[in-house]
Write a protein that binds this ligand. Structure first.
Ligand code: PEP
Length: 251
């Protein structure tokens, strides 16, 4: 039985004081809901405030990206070591908005994944097809290839600290959600890819989340599917009540 992981991706929302307020509001709503891991991935500048606010609760704090170099002339970037020293345990890598707007490629996603794993963080590795790829019937090939490229040279031991977030790009922030059947099927394709790369046990153990307009109304159905081990949640993670309903659905 895989443990469910419910993670919020705040994107470019929330100042440090707003972050504190949202976590204070969410804490009592998710207190004692210990049958799943609860994570907020927050903007870099919110990390300290979020960590402080989450202290003593079951909410863990992650970041939204990490650079692949250890240090150097990469203006505006943040290294894995910097995040680690701030107490960050999780980091999103390869979000479709990074791929779409900031030129992330499968290669840089792989490098960032490696850097985060080497620093001892758990990676929420995002991948998923765009609308045309689904319409053209090549979703399975696309997610399988993205999985292979993102995990290039990552060992079976390191894979234990990877969570995959299957996020169909056409469903992110659009209000369109994959049906539970589509989510289950494509998460299953990713699981089979892991099996071909790392064997049956790794495939059984890896956590594969669904992300893409998951909300308080549709979470229960999505999370009930065999291959869906949690959710990566954008918009609905900015509302304490909605987020807590999703956490309830994962119990
Ligand atoms: C996301 O940002 O990863 C996401 C799934 O966003 P939303 O839930 O708003 O679609």
């Amino acid at each position: 039985m895989r443990r469910k992981v419910i993670a919020g991706n705040w994107k470019m929302n929330m100042t440090p004081s707003q972050a504190k307020a949202l976590i204070e509001e969410t804490k009592p709503l998710v207190a004692g809901k210990d049958n799943c891991d609860i994570i907020f991935c927050v903007p870099f500048v919110d990390i300290y405030a979020a960590k402080e606010a989450a202290k003593g609760s079951n909410i863990k704090i992650g970041a939204e990206n990490v650079h692949f170099a250890q240090k150097g002339a990469y203006t505006g970037e943040i290294s894995a070591e910097m995040l680690k020293e701030c107490g960050v345990e999780y980091v999103i890598v390869g979000h479709s908005e990074r791929r779409q707007y900031f030129g992330e490629t499968d290669e840089t996603v792989n490098l960032r994944t490696k850097a985060a794993l080497e620093a001892g963080m758990t990676v929420l590795l995002c991948l998923g097809e765009v609308k045309d790829e689904r319409l053209n019937g090549i979703t399975d090939e696309v997610v399988s290839m993205q999985t292979k490229l993102a995990l290039k040279d990552i060992t079976a031991e390191q894979l234990k600290n990877v969570i995959i977030a299957y996020e169909p790009v056409w469903a992110i922030g659009t209000g369109l959600t994959a049906t539970p059947e589509q989510a289950d099927e494509t998460c299953g394709v990713i699981r089979n890819t892991i099996k071909s790369l790392y064997g049956e046990k790794a495939a059984e153990e890896i956590i594969i989340q669904y992300g893409g307009s998951m909300n308080a109304s549709n979470a229960k159905e999505l999370l009930a599917k065999e291959n869906v081990d949690g959710g990566l949640i954008g918009g609905a993670s900015l509302k304490a009540k909605d987020f807590s309903i999703i956490v309830d659905a994962a119990q």
